[in-house]
Design a protein around this ligand. Structure first.
Ligand SMILES: Cc1cc2nc3c(=O)[nH]c(=O)nc-3n(C[C@H](O)[C@H](O)[C@H](O)COP(=O)(O)OP(=O)(O)OC[C@H]3O[C@@H](n4cnc5c(N)ncnc54)[C@H](O)[C@@H]3O)c2cc1C
Length: 404
């Protein structure tokens, strides 16, 4: 049995490593000059490779088609992922939210551990087509030549961060073999805003704020933590998580409301303001918010209050103070859409899971053709769950192929 694995990313390398443990004949095709490019930048370069959580928590963290993963996760769970890497000399640690990282905080250690196992099987060639022949083999045409294999595993990833090699080729291979692909978009993706205020605050990171996203008057997301302004809108951990649960803001009426002082109610904030103001009564209003707000925000904030920046603090009225407090508790940013999938952490949509056997990852109507990892229509929230999906689906495929 000769197996071709198309894609030397997280899922492709894991599948190859597990097959090689069983002595299988494997060739990995990788179109960029290096395996695991995306894996090496995961978790801000630290690689949050899995989540040390219970089975139930794992499935509740999968946003699309969690049931499809029941068999593969039972076969290869987060505990198996941890055991796999620790056995290969990558000590791991568990951080807040059960997120698992290498002790070294270096994603390259995770990539290298996989790559060491599979290095000799890799051909750095771009696969152009995958076609089943009459003789039940797969004809794999690359930029260099045409090969025949008994089985083909598509591990080409999705559409996010295309510079890492994931440019959606697997969807083409699926369609050309008669499989359907559900529409794709980015998930864990920044949100676009038409407000020029975002660009004015580019790079500003807010910590310990509460974010609520409304669709009209309906609250569709709420959390407490960290977020970021960018030149095109908002991003950061809470915003990325929000993108996985809200509907498409395009054409809707979405607003992000930021509570900049969630620990204080209006009365407490007023007392705080009066205290700050009493120490600066002769200052200009525009220069008096430094104790309350980060400097990158004071210009936009002052403009939004409608209070002239050169107005002296001693003449700020009670009604104006109320406006300031209202803004501190409800600083709004209109949201006009998701940013493109190329900027997303993960792709939503992909090869339709109803056409894939969840125990083996084999296409139901094309024996010998397998799909693993992000190319499938499965995606999860942040926390190491997406890499775990890549590893679990790879393991299910490897077991099926090695006949265990
Ligand atoms: C910035 C960023 C940070 C992330 N951080 C985390 C994290 O900390 N934890 C987590 O769980 N998830 C994280 N993810 C998500 C995670 O990286 C992916 O879900 C995972 O890498 C998917 O694995 P994959 O094997 O399916 O695809 P990929 O890892 O994308 O690998 C696909 C491979 O296939 C190759 N390929 C594609 N087409 C062809 C072709 N025609 N011929 C040959 N080769 C081809 C590509 O070059 C690539 O090497 C992050 C993603 C991004 C973008």
């Amino acid at each position: 049995m000769k197996t071709a694995i198309i894609g030397g990313g997280a899922s492709g390398m894991m599948c190859a490593a597990l097959l090689l443990e069983k002595g299988a004949d494997v060739t990995v095709f990788e179109k960029t000059g290096r395996c695991g490019r995306k894996l090496s930048i995961t978790g801000k370069g630290r690689c949050n490779l899995t989540n040390n959580c219970s089975k139930d928590e794992f499935f509740s963290s999968v946003a699309s088609n969690p049931r499809f993963l029941y068999s593969s996760y039972s076969l290869f769970s987060s505990a198996d992922t941890m055991e796999f890497f620790e056995r290969r000399g990558v000590p791991l640690k568990t951080e807040r939210g059960n997120r698992v990282f290498p002790v070294s905080d270096n994603a390259r250690d995770v990539t290298d551990a996989l790559f060491r196992d599979v290095r000799k099987t890799v051909r750095y060639e771009e696969v152009l087509s995958v076609k089943k022949t009459d003789g039940a083999c797969f004809e794999i045409k690359t930029t260099l030549k045409t090969y025949l294999f008994d089985s083909a595993v598509i591990a080409t990833g999705g559409l996010s961060y295309p510079l890492t090699g994931s440019t959606g080729d697997g969807y083409r291979f699926a369609r050309s073999n008669g499989l359907s692909v559900t529409p794709t978009r980015g998930s864990l993706v920044p949100l676009a805003s038409p407000s020029p205020d975002c660009a004015r605050m580019t790079g500003l990171s807010l910590k310990n704020v509460a974010l609520t996203i409304f669709d009209g008057n309906k609250k569709v997301y709420s959390d407490f933590g960290e977020m970021l302004f960018t030149h095109f809108g908002i991003s950061g951990p809470m915003v990325l998580s929000a993108s996985a649960v809200i509907g498409d803001p395009k054409g809707g009426n979405y607003t992000a409301s930021i509570d900049l002082k969630p620990a204080l109610d209006e009365k407490e904030l007023d007392a705080r303001l009066l205290r700050d103001f009493s120490q600066n009564i002769n200052r200009d209003f525009g220069n008096s918010l430094g104790g309350l707000l980060p400097s990158k925000m004071t210009g936009v904030f002052t403009d939004r209050t409608g209070i002239p920046g050169n107005k002296k603090i001693h003449s700020v009225t009670r009604a104006e103070r109320e406006r300031i407090i209202g803004l501190l508790k409800n600083f709004t940013v209109p949201v006009s859409g998701f940013r493109p999938v190329s900027e997303a952490i993960v792709t939503r949509g992909g090869v339709s899971v109803s056409e894939i056997n969840p125990k083996t990852m084999e296409a139901r109507n094309v024996p010998g053709l397998y799909f693993i990892g992000e190319v499938l229509d499965v995606d999860a929230f942040t926390g190491g769950f997406n890499l775990q999906i890549a590893f679990s689906t790879a393991a299910a495929c490897a077991r099926a192929l090695s006949g265990d």
